[in-house]
Each structure stands twice: as structure tokens, then as C-alpha cells.
Write a protein that binds this ligand. Structure first.
Ligand code: ZN
Length: 311
């Protein structure tokens, strides 16, 4: 876990209506709302984090909900699928649940010998529920309706659609510690062996695919995980040596971050495990209060009036 990339830290996507987003991820899919805060660059909108009990890196999906945003379009130069790991024998439960909740989904299919089903969230973001070949021992968050035998355990893989896989592959293997694991037609599966899960990136190469449009229902960026700020800054040097532009270190309250755009067009972030989500709320109370970064506390009344209701 030292001085290396440890798979995926979090994924951030864009949504429309905030309440609809909360209802879908906490009720229909049974994730834990780990943090309710605002977009640090646009404090009159939410930034919502979903994950396991404590928001362990590798389980965190975050959203910027903008009430009236137009729909994005899946396409090249994007993360086009977000794959969650689910327990063995849980896919029948999910097929029934998605049907009962009027979710758009596809029947169970298979890739690289793993069964999965794909679905769309209310904004059209494409998710997959996959039974991983390798046993996933992570403890999921449970709800009254979704117990551990069926619950989402955290990320399994992400899929990036690209016109040309090699430049992105070079960043994955040359900097981020991934290796090519398997290939099937135009899907290349890369794995990071430093951790046991949330460690797969699939590149799908489609030469003629039009670039996607990042708006409602699309992924904004994917963050890779490092232990601490010292490691973060070592990676800053490594990315810079490739000739890519990378930001300075940014304090995101719950982690420290760097951002760079990989040559295939996807915004990558590197984020630290520290300090974590319990820095401003106890573990038992995670996600129950509106948490504001210090610079916005003075505007709390105004912000609370503008933010849409989540209940
Ligand atoms: Zn991020």
C-alpha cells in the first residue's frame, strides 16, 4: 500500500435532480450517503458522496447534481461504464428489484468470464453489477431491503471508451501501476495488483466513436488512490515527466487531489486516503448533516435556502 497507486479512489459524475439522485442511490441501490456537502467551486449546488459505512476509497461514487442540466452523451474520451461488485447469486435479486423499481436494465450477460447486468440510473449513467471471478471480501453497507448477501460491495471496474487505446494504456501501465490482464476483441482489461478490488480498468477501443458530451448522466472524472500526500506529490512528478499538465495539490477537505487529463481525453485525478470522511462528522453521523468547507460557513444560511430539498 506504500508509495503506489492502489486502484480507484472515487468516481465523480453529473446528475440532474438531487433528490432523485439520493433516492436512487440510497434506496434503489442501497448505498450509504457518506457525505452531503456543496460543490467547492459552486457552493449553491450539492456534492453528494455514496459509499460503504465509512466511505472507503474504492467504494465512493460522487455526484454534482444540477437541477436543470441537459443530458450528456456517452462516447469516446469518457468513462462510459461504472462497474460495481455484487455477491455471488445476487443477480436474480437485482433483476427483480430493478424491474420492480422501473429501472432500465439489460439481462445478465458475461465478459471475461464474469456475469453482470447493466442498468441506467435516472439520468442515464450506465452502471454494471458484476459477480467478480475473484472473491470480494469487502463488507457492504446494508439497508432494510438490501442485506449483505445482495448488497453492492464497491467498485469492480470502470470502462473507458477511446478512439486509440495505446496512449491511455501507456499512462495506466507506465505511471498508474496497471498491467494488461486480458483482451477480448476491442476490450482491453488492465489490473492493478497492489490491491484486491476496485482495481480494474477496461479500455474499449472504437476508432470512429464520436467524443461524448459531459453533462447530466455522465462521468466527470475518475480518481486513483494513493496513501498520503507524500506519495501524491511523487506521482505529480511522474505525470509531469510525461509532458502532461497536472494541477497543484488541491485540498478537497476529505482528501488531497491532483488532476490531469490523460492523452485519451479522460480527466484523471489522484487522491489520498487521508484525512477521510470522518474528519468533520462522526462515523455514525456520516451524511446526516450538510457539511460546508470553512470558507463557506459564513454563507450557511443563504446556501441552505438555495439548495434543493432532499426529502
Ligand atoms: Zn474527484
Amino acid at each position: 500500500m506504500e508509495n503506489q497507486i492502489n486502484g480507484i479512489h472515487h468516481i465523480t459524475a453529473i446528475a440532474g435532480k438531487a433528490k432523485r439522485n439520493v433516492d436512487f442511490y440510497t434506496k434503489t441501490l442501497g448505498l450509504h450517503l457518506v457525505k452531503k456537502t456543496v460543490n467547492f467551486d459552486d457552493p449553491n449546488t450539492y456534492h453528494l458522496y455514496y459509499g460503504d459505512k465509512v466511505g472507503t476509497p474504492g467504494t465512493i461514487l460522487t455526484f454534482f447534481p444540477w437541477e436543470g442540466i441537459t443530458a450528456g452523451r456517452r462516447g469516446a474520451r469518457q468513462v462510459t461504464e461504472i462497474g460495481y461488485s455484487v455477491p455471488e447469486n445476487s443477480l436474480d435479486f437485482w433483476l427483480k428489484r430493478l424491474e420492480d423499481h422501473n429501472v432500465i436494465y439489460n439481462k445478465v450477460s458475461e465478459k471475461f468470464g464474469e456475469q453482470y447486468l447493466s442498468l441506467l440510473d435516472p439520468d442515464g449513467l450506465k452502471l454494471e453489477l458484476t459477480v467478480a471471478k475473484k472473491q470480494d471480501n469487502r463488507l457492504p453497507w446494508e439497508t432494510d431491503e438490501i442485506k449483505a448477501e445482495n448488497a453492492l460491495k464497491g467498485f469492480h471496474n470502470i470502462t473507458i471508451t477511446t478512439n486509440k487505446m495505446q496512449p491511455t494504456a501507456d499512462v495506466l501501465t507506465g505511471v498508474l501501476g496497471y498491467r494488461l490482464l486480458e483482451q477480448h476483441v476491442n476490450r482491453y482489461r488492465f489490473i492493478n495488483d497492489n490491491v484486491d478490488n476496485a482495481n480494474i480498468v477496461d479500455l474499449v477501443e472504437v476508432a470512429g466513436e464520436v467524443a461524448g458530451h459531459v453533462a447530466g448522466g455522465s462521468v466527470h472524472h475518475v480518481a486513483f488512490r494513493v496513501k498520503d500526500e507524500k506519495t501524491l506529490m511523487e506521482y505529480r512528478d511522474r505525470v509531469e515527466k510525461l509532458g502532461l499538465h497536472i494541477t497543484d495539490k488541491i485540498d478537497r477537505n476529505y482528501f488531497y487531489s491532483l488532476y490531469f487529463r490523460e492523452p485519451g481525453g479522460v480527466l484523471f485525478e489522484i487522491a489520498t486516503d487521508n484525512p477521510g470522511f470522518a474528519v468533520d462528522e462522526s462515523v455514525e453521523e456520516l451524511g446526516t448533516h450538510l457539511m460546508l468547507p470553512a470558507q463557506y460557513e459564513v454563507q450557511r444560511n443563504q446556501i441552505e435556502q438555495v439548495l434543493p430539498s432532499l426529502v
